[in-house]
Design a protein around this ligand. Structure first.
Ligand code: SF4
Ligand code: SF4
Length: 385
């Protein structure tokens, strides 16, 4: 099993980050052939400043790029397909706000502005045998996965596996949500995708993580850590990061699937660690989970009531709710809704919940956070019992 490297990294100070990244790469014996075409794939989910903690911090991206340039690599492109439309204008605005443009200028690397994609077959996929991938990812020799540690309203955790969803172009992402509305199937699809993309290195920005209603609506939580793994160490890395914020594989559908496929151990104690021996002290016991966190209601109620609760689950499940007074009528929620169940009326978003598949893409994409996740009293009761 490939090791996971942990390093206490207290701040986004560039010299400190360079030292942490170089140590990870040395410990993992990570090397790149200098002639390789390398794509660095941060999490750029939406156009926002780094201090929102929704995106990979530019200092992490810069430290990784400088470290691989030191190996003699020169063909490096920063690329991601954020949520919403995938156009050169959207990408340019995103790069500017997230700090990627400045990183690219300082390091002399390219920013992907071409918005093509191609279908890549993956015959071994359990659920998906083909994916549309953005061109830079489909054409890369080496993919470097630079994710942010966050909660996620649908998948509970956003880390290395989930970050690769950004290899799918723009509005094809909501289509996959619609094709796989069931959380377990969606997770299987993500694991298939990760096996197709096969990042050579995954490095997690957990200096400041996001807790609460991630991946865009939560709050900053300082953890003071970076972590990395090469190749298929990705799964053990996600398992380890989940553990550090109080989650086990049973609570993260992608990890449950990875364990079931034998891609990672069933418990974090079996992960081979390297790096800072005291990095485990960064573990947080009160990390705030999303309001929508997936629950198995049937395990929390007396057995005779389990069937009834299962039938009622769709009605009990958390749902999106627009705060009309805060909605600015931009339409991004409607654009991203896979079920096409949002309309704009008098420049206010309106959701028809009867067709909602509870993916929370709308919540994720709202730039002014005007969509709340509403839970019922009985949901809250069951989630505590
Ligand atoms: S309304 Fe929101 S949560 Fe429901 S299907 Fe549309 S995007 Fe998903
Ligand atoms: S709810 Fe948010 S994303 Fe939807 S139209 Fe209003 S401001 Fe835009």
């Amino acid at each position: 099993m490939k090791p996971v490297s942990l390093s206490k990294t207290e701040s986004y100070d560039l010299p400190q980050m360079l030292e942490a990244v170089r140590r990870h790469l040395d410990l993992l014996d990570f090397r790149i052939d200098p002639g390789s075409k390398v794509v660095v794939k941060p999490n750029l989910i939406m156009r926002c400043r780094p201090d929102r903690t929704a995106t990979t911090n530019p200092v992490v991206v810069e430290a990784v790029i400088r470290s691989i340039q030191a190996m003699g690599v020169s063909d490096i492109t920063i690329a991601d397909s954020p949520g919403g439309l995938y156009t050169p204008q959207v990408l340019a605005a995103n790069y500017e706000q997230t700090g990627m443009k400045a990183v690219a200028e300082r390091c002399g690397v390219a920013l992907n502005l071409s918005c093509g994609s191609r279908t890549v077959r993956y015959e071994e996929g359990r659920l998906c045998r083909a994916f549309d991938l953005i061109d830079p990812i489909a054409g890369a020799d080496v993919v470097i996965n630079l994710c942010k540690l966050k909660t996620h309203c649908m998948t509970t955790l956003s880390c290395g596996i989930k970050n690769l969803f950004g290899c799918i172009p723009g509005l094809l992402k909501p289509q996959l949500h619609y094709r796989f509305p069931d959380g377990r199937q969606f997770a299987q699809m993500l694991v298939d995708l990760s096996l197709l993309v096969r990042p050579s290195l995954t490095l997690v920005d957990a200096v400041d993580a996001m807790e609460g209603d991630g991946p865009t609506g939560g709050s900053r939580r300082h953890i003071g850590l970076t972590a990395a793994a090469v190749g298929d160490g990705l799964y053990a890395l996600d398992l380890m990061m989940a553990h550090l914020i109080g989650l086990g594989p049973g609570q993260v559908p992608m990890l449950a699937d990875a364990v079931e496929r034998g891609l990672c151990p069933a418990c974090w104690e079996q992960v081979k660690l390297t790096g800072d021996p005291d990095a485990l002290s960064c573990a947080v016991t009160d990390f705030v989970m999303p309001a929508s966190k997936t629950l198995d209601f049937t395990g929390n109620v007396p057995r005779p009531l389990a069937g009834l609760i299962r039938r009622l689950e769709p009605r009990l499940a958390p749902r999106p709710q627009v705060r009309g007074k805060d909605c600015v009528g931009c339409g991004r929620c409607a654009e991203s809704c896979p079920a096409k169940t949002i309309v704009l009326e008098n420049r206010r978003a309106k959701i028809d919940l009867s067709s909602c598949i509870h993916c929370f893409c709308c919540h994720e994409m709202c730039p002014v956070k005007a969509i709340d996740i509403k839970t019922t009293r009985i949901f809250r009761f069951l989630s505590k019992s």
